[in-house]
Design a protein around this ligand. Structure first.
Ligand code: ARG
Length: 417
């Protein structure tokens, strides 16, 4: 067997998490396709095992190469910060935890495919979710010549088959007891689905959560000041932070207050409605702070347009379009709006809520002299007369026409005693 068949490009690169599914997939893919498997694992802040341990398991399960990357900074800076600038919340609530990690993982999968001579990329997703679409559309968007295969979706790798296969092949897998949930987590948050949560009337139990404590029994309130520069957090309580540190610190502090728990029925890209739990304490608190700073620093019309753009950005990124021309163009708009989104936000974190209590910024458009009702008012109230006359003119003309035709807006008759 030639060890170095880079020129032949006949290997498979597998997105390897270290769990049962993808561990079995290494040997299973090799057996079913005859191709050597290269395992690729990323640290995107999911915690748990060290990359070394994951790498060793991949090799023990038969991978010819195991490529591991600490991608936490890259994920925080280039993925989470884009989501923050876009205030990204799919269907108004879900901060795109899994949706933003798939494109980054895909980029590294393609890089590994080129480095180790693979023509096919594989992942452990089922055929029912969004993640398969995100991996494969992202991969195609970077290198359209690569093929994709999913052992679970395409080679009918079920849990029973997995356990039998692992035993027969003496794979070094210990964790055969099934977690009741399907979990995906990274530094931006955590997604929890399946199991008894599939009955949407079942309330979440304590064991669903790990990034957040119960908001019903919070510690004393926690006041935090977050400083942003051009839409990115740069300091917390006066201490300089990197984007990764900002997210981690807010995960800890907002998590302790039970902030960022989400329980929804969500519309998947593949047409299924699914019950999803999320916990994203840092993301939810940072987005709330960022949104308030935008309230201060964005011009009204720019801000109105941005709210629409933000919504489309979240939908497109949810829908596997991270590397698409559409998202590329929206990014340019969003980036441009962040020029003056600099300043400080003070928030109180307590009992499940992150409430803004103060804001200040050199580039704020809030003008005390225009807003005040005290002396020092520089707003010319008299000018409102002319403004209303002209602004209301179309309605006034139309109302006169409606009255002429007997279609005026009915008002209650005067009550007569
Ligand atoms: N429904 C969410 C999404 O599409 C979460 C997916 C989580 N993935 C998982 N394998 N549990 O982004």
């Amino acid at each position: 067997m030639s060890e170095n068949n880079h020129g032949d490009k006949n290997r498979i690169v597998l997105a390897y998490s270290g769990g049962l599914d993808t561990s079995v997939a290494i040997a299973f893919l090799k057996e079913r396709t005859g191709k050597d498997v290269v395992a690729v694992s990323l640290d995107v802040g999911q915690g748990g095992e060290s990359l070394d341990a994951v790498r060793q398991r991949a090799l023990d399960c038969g991978a010819v190469e195991a490529y591991v990357v600490d991608a936490r900074e890259e994920f925080a800076e280039e993925y989470c910060m884009k989501a923050l600038k876009a205030n990204a919340k799919y269907e108004g609530v879900y901060p795109l935890v899994s949706a933003i990690s798939r494109p980054l993982i895909s980029k590294h999968l393609v890089q590994a495919a080129h480095q180790f001579g693979a023509d096919t990329i594989s992942h452990g997703c089922t055929g029912k979710g969004n993640d398969q679409v995100r991996f494969e559309v992202s991969i195609q968007s970077i290198d359209p010549t690569l093929k994709a295969i999913s052992p679970i979706r395409d080679l009918s790798l079920t849990r029973d088959v997995e356990i039998r296969f692992a035993k027969e092949h003496e794979l070094p897998i210990t964790q055969t007891e099934k977690s009741p949930y399907s979990i995906d987590q990274n530094v931006w948050g955590r997604a929890i689905e399946t199991g008894f949560l599939e009955d949407p009337w079942n309330g979440p139990t304590k064991d669903c959560y790990s990034y957040t404590d119960d908001p019903a029994f919070p510690p004393v309130e926690d006041e935090v000041v977050i400083e942003f520069r051009q839409g990115v957090p740069v300091a917390i309580d006066g201490r300089k932070v990197t984007p990764l540190q900002a997210i981690e610190e807010m995960n800890r502090r907002a998590g302790a207050q039970g902030i960022g728990r989400i329980d929804i029925i969500e519309d998947r890209l593949v047409g299924i409605k699914s019950r999803e739990l999320y916990e994203a304490p840092g993301a939810v608190a940072l987005i709330a702070a960022h949104e308030e700073l935008e309230n201060c620093c964005l011009e009204r019309e720019q801000h109105r347009i941005k709210r629409d753009i933000d919504k489309r950005w979240a939908e497109l990124v949810y829908d596997a379009q991270w590397f698409s021309p559409a998202v590329h163009s929206l990014n340019a708009f969003i980036e441009d709006t962040q020029q003056y989104v600099s300043g400080e936000i003070r928030m109180v974190l307590h009992g499940g809520r992150a409430v803004v209590t103060g804001r200040r910024s050199e580039s704020s458009l809030y003008d005390y002299n225009l807003a005040t009702y005290d002396s020092g008012d520089s707003f010319d109230q008299g000018a409102s007369n002319g403004f209303i006359e002209i602004y209301g003119l179309p309605s006034k003309v139309a109302a006169a026409r409606d009255v002429k035709f007997g279609n005026g807006i009915a008002v209650p008759k005067e009550a007569v005693e």
